[in-house]
Structures are given as structure tokens and as C-alpha cells.
Design a protein around this ligand. Sequence first.
Ligand code: UGA
Length: 434
Amino acid sequence: MEIAIVGTGYVGLVSGTCLADIGHQVYCVDIDQEKINKLKKGIIPIFEPGLEQLVKHNQAAGRLHFDISLKRVLPKVKAVFIAVGTPSAPDGRADLQYVYAVANEIAANITDYKVIVDKSTVPVGTAQEVEKIIRQKYQGDFDVVSCPEFLREGSAIADFAQPDRVVIGARTKRAADLMLEIFQPLKGEKFVTSVPSAEMIKYASNAFLATKISFINEISQICHKTGADVEEVAYGVGLDSRIGPKFLKAGIGWGGSCFPKDVKALDQIAGDNGYDFRLLKSVIEVNQNQRRHFVARVKNSLGDLAGKKLAVLGLAFKAKTDDIRESAAIDIIKILLAEGALINAFDYEATANARKVLGDSVKYHTDPYTALKGAEAVLLVTEWPQFKALDWDKIKNLIKQPLVFDGRNLLDRSKMKEIGYHYCSIGQEDIRQK
Ligand code: UGA
């Protein structure tokens, strides 16, 4: 089927490429001329494992096209996916100006039946608003559908190819059937529901996952004080099939471009509808505390941080991405800088993005070992698996004292103990050498 995807950000580019890969003719549209020029040459603006090859493969197969004009693309397609950004407005609400701008452009150029698909995460009621905007200028037949995205950065292609579910919120059978045809090649349940329910499923899913993480982070605080081990607790709890093992990894709190934005937006949606979502407010608060507790532990060990050299391993909000939006690593660095610490940082992909927000306040390294040299403590804040494989014997001789704060419980505790580190992880007893 011929499909347009408007917005070549993370969601748009990944879903457009993957839709082309399952056989559709996809036209990715973006108003950023430079980005489109680069994409035409196979240059990808984001780091996502496997994406570059998949873009090139589908371009070469003639299924994936890039354009700056929705007006030009519109007559060729049956469905238009809106995948533009919905950033947080200062009050936490989703800022929908880009979604509505696309709706206006569709309204000005639509001439026959199309299905307009809200792919961006948008509050309940947005599809109705999009419909209203188009209806003002076009009296013909069309449908607006909600089809939220559940991809995770770092594993987006696999998430697209093997989805747990595809949620389709549609008002008419015609629109639902067209959507089912688009996603027919994928396994996983296709759940057709009402438009508002589909819009809510997305927020409820992200808010629930964030709650699950904040919950285990709260448990980690008590584990740390009582001698229980949060890793073992999470494992034991996750064995209950009603709970499940996923998203029970304690750490320094969730970040990224989605959870923080969507959790705040859902709290706003609740408030706008006269309901105080108290649980969600606590979920956000716990998440902030988790970062502060981590820094407090560093301060407890080192005392005044002014002038102390700290090595920070990781800048991205999680492994396998260059994304630093709402990254706990960046928040922690900002607190440490405010305390006067000298930061030497290393990340496998996110340094360029981190530099844009932290500037020269941090010393960036292209090699983890040089970042670690002479440090008074090592703070591991992004769970890149490569950090586990570093030569921790060698590192012990590079750093000033063998003190490691593992904010992701990534390293092997017993190995760290054996080498002779003071090892402080999340929700576990500190290992202190005599
Ligand atoms: C999240 C959702 O998982 C996707 O389903 C959704 O499509 C996406 O948001 C979105 O709305 O676009 P993503 O932000 O890529 O995906 O990242 P996650 O893998 O969910 O991780 C989010 C944060 O939670 C990261 O900071 C991660 O380090 C943290 N996390 C995750 C934990 O601290 N513990 C865990 O057990 C899992």
C-alpha cells in the first residue's frame, strides 16, 4: 500500500522504514530540507542499531522515498501517518502545534478518501480535533485513526517486527480494515478499539511501565537499608506471571524522550478532567529522588566534592542509543557540577549530544580508560554492556582510589569484590574493603 509518514524523527523514520520493509511504498516527509537531502543519501540523523542498513536496503528496493512536500506526496497515498513531535509544554501538557500544522496541510490538499493516522503520542481527543481541522476545509470522506507506537529506542526494529500488539483506534470499519491490511504481515494481536481508548492505551502503558520502575526503585531503597538484595527481590517477584520480570531493573530512574513527557502529560490530562492522579505524582517524585539519593551516596563517601575528579561512564538515557533527553546521567552530572566536582565523561554514542547541553563544563573522552585516569570515584550511569567487559583489574591501577558507584547494577559484584573495589550499587549492601 502507498503510505505517507509525516515527520522523520525517531518514530517516523523507524516506522516508515519498517513499513517499507514489510512491502509498502512509503513516502517519508519532513519540512527539514537538509535532513531529507541527507536521508536521500542514506545518512541517518539518529543512532539506532540496524536502521541505516534497513533504510539503504529499502531505498535500493524502491520502496522508501523521502520528500519535503506533503502536497506532492498526498495524491499518491491511501494513508497518512502523523509522526511529528509532541514535546512537553512548560506546564507538562503535550504541545500539539506540529500535529495540528500537519492536519491543516492535509486539509488544504486532500481530494479523496484517506486514512489519517495519529502515530505520535497525543492526548485523548486529539484525533477528534484533527478531524475537525480537516473537516473545516474538506467535506469529502476521510477517517482519523489512532495507532500508537510502542517501539523502544535501541531495539526499535525488532520491536516493530515482533510487536506484542498493534492497537488500532478507529471509528469506521473501512478505516479499521485498511489499518489491518497495512499491519497484516506482522504477527502479534491486532486490537481494534475506539479512538479515545487507543489514545489512552499509549499513555497508560508508558505510565504503568514508569510506575513499575519507580516501584522497584522504592523497594531498592528499603533493600539497601535492610540487607535485602534488590536484584534477587526483583527476580523473585518477577517469577509471578501476574507481575512478570520486565521493567523491574532498579537504577537511577527512568529518562528518555517518552516516559517523562508522557507521565507528565497523563497527570495533566487527569487534572484537566477533574481527577487528581496522586499515584502518578509520586511516580515522578520517586524518579527524581532516585537521582538525588545516588549523588548523596557519592557525597557520603567523598565528602565535599569541590575540585574532586570523578569519572562518569555513560551519558545516554539508556544503552544502545545516542539520546540524552531527560537522561538521568545528565541530571546527575549537573548536580555534581553544581557541587564543584570535575567531571570526566565517556559514552559510546551520546557524547556529541551531551556536549550540546553540557558544553565545556565536562571533559569528554573518546576512550573509557583515559576518562578513568586519576579519578577519585567511578560513577557508572548508563548500562552499556561494554562497560562490564572493561578491564577492571587495569582500571584499579588507573584510578586514585578503588571506589565504584554502579547506578545500573551492571558490574559483577563478586568480581569487583575480588579485585578489591569498594563497590556501591543500587538496592544492595555496599562492598567495603578492609
Ligand atoms: C518507551 C517504551 O518502553 C516504549 O514502549 C514506547 O514506545 C516509547 O517509550 C515511546 O513512548 O516512544 P524508550 O523510551 O525507548 O521506550 O525506553 P525504555 O527502554 O522503555 O526505557 C525508558 C527508561 O527506563 C530508560 O531510562 C531506562 O534506563 C529505564 N528503565 C527501563 C529502568 O530504569 N529499568 C527498567 O527495568 C527498564
